[in-house]
Design a protein around this ligand. Structure first.
Ligand code: ATP
Ligand code: MG
Length: 209
């Protein structure tokens, strides 16, 4: 992208239902390995692939949990832009708007391997590829060679610039955490303490049996 003089800004997008240490470690690894100035957490409003979430937290609760999780990290921040928008929220629209508003910034969008492998099904992959670099981490048993194959394919199709993000393999997902809560099991160490206390206090995820 020829962006050497630009501010290097990471974007950690997700449903964060709830946010967990996998997201936080991913963002911190990206910050370190790609000399990012900051990482903005961008909770999705109403993501097309999760349009019928039933057992999820309210938007305000997901926002609160992200705030609590990142509050002690000075280079993390929260961007509530997608949440404020009504209707479906697309990463391509958000990135286009960010680039227009901040032409001095180069964006690095942080994802796990499952998101990389499904990138073709995202709305307007070409537009996303024009507006950011993707940083992809291992996940869900996808091998690095499988990821590299996909990276080449996406580069060929859409010109996507993608780099591997080196992280520990973290077998943790929000879906598993929601199941743990319904089964009355502990979330301790899977999420920051403040997030665990918030979930317990508000009884989130536990009502729908
Ligand atoms: P859910 O189970 O509800 O889909 P999730 O744990 O996958 O939740 P998301 O909010 O969907 O969390 O994920 C946001 C981004 O973070 C995605 O790109 C996803 O691939 C990545 N991610 C989440 N957890 C991990 C993990 N443990 N390791 C690597 N990447 C992860
Ligand atoms: Mg997910």
């Amino acid at each position: 992208m020829g962006d050497t003089a630009k501010r290097r800004v990471g974007i950690m997008g997700g449903t964060f239902d709830p946010i967990h240490i996998g997201h936080l470690i991913l963002a911190e690894c990206a910050y370190e390995q790609f000399q990012l100035e900051t990482v903005q957490f961008l909770p999705s409003g109403n993501p097309p692939h999760k349009a019928d979430r039933e057992d999820g937290a309210a938007d305000e609760e997901r926002l609160d949990m992200v705030s609590l999780a990142i509050r002690d990290n000075p280079h993390f921040s929260l961007d509530a832009e997608e949440m404020r928008r009504t209707g479906l929220s697309y990463t391509s629209d958000t990135l286009t708007a960010l680039r227009e508003r901040h032409p001095d910034a180069a964006y690095y969008f942080i994802i796990g391997a499952d998101s990389l492998l499904s990138f073709d099904s995202w709305h307007e992959p070409e537009s996303i590829s024009r507006n950011c670099v993707l940083l992809a981490a291992v996940r869900n048993g996808f091998s690095v060679s499988e990821m590299e194959r996909k990276m080449k394919e996406l580069h060929k199709c859409y010109g996507t610039e993608i780099h591997l993000l080196h992280t520990p393999y973290m077998d943790i997902s929000s879906t598993d955490l929601r199941d743990r809560i319904r089964e009355g099991r502990s979330l301790r160490y899977y999420v920051p303490d403040a997030v665990r206390e918030y979930i317990e206090k508000k009884g989130i995820y536990s009502e729908t049996f």
